[in-house]
Design a protein around this ligand. Sequence first.
Ligand code: PHE
Length: 447
Amino acid sequence: MTKRVGFATRIGAIAAAVGSAVGLGNIWRFPFEAGQNGGGAFILVYICCILVMGIPVILSEFIIGRSTHSNMKAALKKLSPGKKYYLFTYICILGSFIVIGFYSVVCGWIIEYLYQALMGNLSGHTPQEYSDMFTSLVASPWRCVGWTILFLVMNFLVMSRGIEKGIERVASIMMPLLFVILLIFCVNSLLLPGAGKGLDFLFYPDFSDLTMHGVLAAFGQAFLSLSIGISCLVTYSSYFKDDTSLTKDAMTVAVLDTLVAILSGVMIFPAVFSFGVEPTAGPRLIFEVLPGIFQQMTGGYVWALLFFLLVFFASLTSTISLSEIPITFMIEEHKTSRPHAIVWTALFTLVLATLAALSFNVLDDVKLWGKNIFDMMDYAASNIFMLLGGLFTAVYVGWIMDRKIIHDQLTNGGRLKGTMEPYLIFCMRYVAPVSIVFIFLYLTGII
Ligand code: PHE
C-alpha cells in the first residue's frame, strides 16, 4: 500500500492547484487565442464559461478527489463499485500526455528566450527583427528539439528527486512576484503610443467577429487554463484536508487564474497595436511583442530576464502537475515503482514532444485538416479531450454520484454554510453538459 501524505497547510494545497493552473495557458495561449477570435467578445464568452462550467467542473474534480483520497481510477471504482466508469481515466491519461507533448515545446521556447535575454539580445532591434528571431528559432529543428529536451530533463529530474514540493514552495513566492511584474508590464504597455486601440480590442466586444469556432476555442481555453477535464485536480484534491472549504478553494483557483490571463492580455494587446503586429499572429504573438516592451523600460535587460525566469517556474509547476497524472496512476494502479513510472512517462512524453517540436521545420508538411502536428495536439487536447473530460466529470457528479457525498463534501459534513450548492448542482447537471454537447453537435454539423 502506498502511503499518501496530505498537504501540510491549506496554503500548500491551494498553491499547488494554482501552480498547476497558472502557466503558459494564461501568459502565452490566452492572448493569442483572444487575438485570433476577435478580442472582447471572446473574453466575454471565456468569463461566462469560467462561471458556469469552469468553477463547477473544478469543484466536481475536488469532490471526487477529496471524498475518496484516491487517483481518478481508484476514486471511480470506490464511488461506483461494479461499474465501468473508471475506464474514463484512460482518456484523461491520454489527454495529459497530449497536453504535455505540445506544452513542453513552448517551455523550450521560453528557455531559448531566457537565454537570449541573458545574452542581451532582446533589445536594440526592430519589431521585424524580433519576428525574424522567432521564425529562425522554430525553423531550426536542433534548437527546438534541444530546448524541449532540456526542459523535459529538468521536469523529470525534479520529479525523480521528489523535490516537486520544493519547487511548489519556490513557486508560491514566484507567483505573487509574477503577478506584480505583469502589473508593471501592463503599465508600460499602456504608456506606448496608440495603446488605447489594444484596450478597445480587448474590452469592447464586437460579436460580429465571434464564430462558433471562437466559442469552442473559449471553452477549450478555459479548460486548459484551469487544468480541468483530465483529472489533474482530482489527483491534487485527493491530498486536501477534510476541513478546507472546497468552494472557496475552487473560487480562489478560478479567480487567480483568470486575473493572470486578463493581465497578460492587458500587457500584450496595447503593444500589439502600438508595434503594428497582427493580433491574429497565433502562437508566435507574445514572442514578437514582449521584447519591444522590455526595450522601452529602464533596466529592460533585468526585466526580461526576470520575466522569462518567472514564466519558466510557472510552466514547471504546470508540467509537474501534468506528469503527475500518469505517474500516480502507474504507481497506484499498476504497482509500478516511482522511478520506473517516471522513466516510462518521460520516454513517452519525449516522443510526443519531439514530434511537436519538429512540426515547424522537418515535419512542417505533415498536416491534418490544415494543422501541423503541434496545432493538432493543442487542438485535440483542449478542444476535444479536456471538454470531453469536463462533460464526463460534470455528468458524473451531477447525475450519477451519491448526492449525500456531494453535500457532505461541499459543506464539510454540514459545518459550512453559503456554499452555493444549488447553483453548482444546477450548473453541473444542466448548464455544463448541455453547453458542451451543444457545441460538439453544432461543430460536427449535426444541428
Ligand atoms: N493550466 C495550465 C496552464 O494554463 C496547463 C495545464 C493543463 C496544467 C492541464 C495541468 C493540467 O498553463
